[in-house]
Design a protein around this ligand. Structure first.
Ligand code: FE2
Ligand code: FE2
Length: 243
């Protein structure tokens, strides 16, 4: 049911397709001195994801659990993970920690990352960017791994369907199709487009990612800067257009 793909050495994608919603939920497992799981998935996915993680690493050895923002698919199973992994600590923005995570979903206090802070797990170096309301939610942020050029981009580049694990082809068009589809149903206005959206997307583009790793859909390998500029254009076109 779940697929494991090594998107860079010791950097694994775990993908589970849920046909009822026509959507993939992706977690990323970083094998390092201090192993990191990025996105827990919802509580309902916990046993599935744990089984898949166990094929790669002892699940109880997870040291860090990261996510972009407070939402079930991002951190819903945090408590379940922390109950089996005694040293697992959440990493998130200060807003996330103070406003939701510590009170609602964490078994023990999260570690807050400052905007621009570099977080090291061993051989991997993650830069944290605080990006309120990008992709959505006040507490949102992004992690960028500096050596591999991987941007963990959460709901940005969301592509519906049971798509391939990794692609070099156009993910911006697929993202646009998903946004347009959502605009016609209960998930309309999935992502906000504010006066600060473009500036924040530009700051992500300035990282010049070589790999774009969304939570929903294919991981894109290619010119991440151009892809982010394309994504910004699509968001403006679809989400900022007058109703
Ligand atoms: Fe989200
Ligand atoms: Fe999501």
């Amino acid at each position: 049911m779940s697929q494991i793909t090594e998107i860079a050495p010791d950097f694994f994608k775990i993908s589970t397709f849920v046909p009822e919603f026509n959507i993939q939920f992706n977690q990323f497992l970083v094998m390092d001195e201090e192993p990191l799981l990025y996105h827990t998935g919802m509580k309902g996915l916990f046993s599935t994801v744990k089984e898949v993680v166990a094929k790669l690493i002892d699940p109880t050895s997870i040291r860090w659990i990261g996510f972009s923002h407070f939402e079930a698919d991002e951190c819903g199973a945090l408590k379940e993970w922390q109950r089996i992994a005694p040293n697992a600590t959440a990493i998130c923005s200060l807003v996330s920690k103070l406003v939701s995570v510590d009170d609602v979903v964490a078994e023990r206090p999260a570690r807050a990352l400052d905007d621009g802070e570099v977080f090291i797990t061993g051989k991997f170096r993650f830069k944290f960017l605080q990006t309120p309301h990008v992709p959505h939610a006040w507490d949102a942020g992004h992690l960028f791994e500096e050596h591999s050029g991987i941007l963990l981009c959460s709901d940005l580049f969301h592509q519906n369907g049971d798509v391939e694990a990794v692609t070099n082809s156009d993910v911006v068009s697929r993202f646009k199709e998903t946004l347009i589809e959502y605009q016609t149903g209960p998930f309309a206005n999935y992502l906000p487009y504010t006066s600060k959206t473009e500036q924040m997307l530009n700051s992500l583009a300035a990282l010049k990612p070589r790999v774009i790793a969304p939570m929903h859909g294919s991981t894109y390998v290619g010119d991440g800067e151009a892809a982010l500029f394309g994504l910004a254009q699509v968001m403006k076109e679809v989400l900022a257009a007058p109703a």
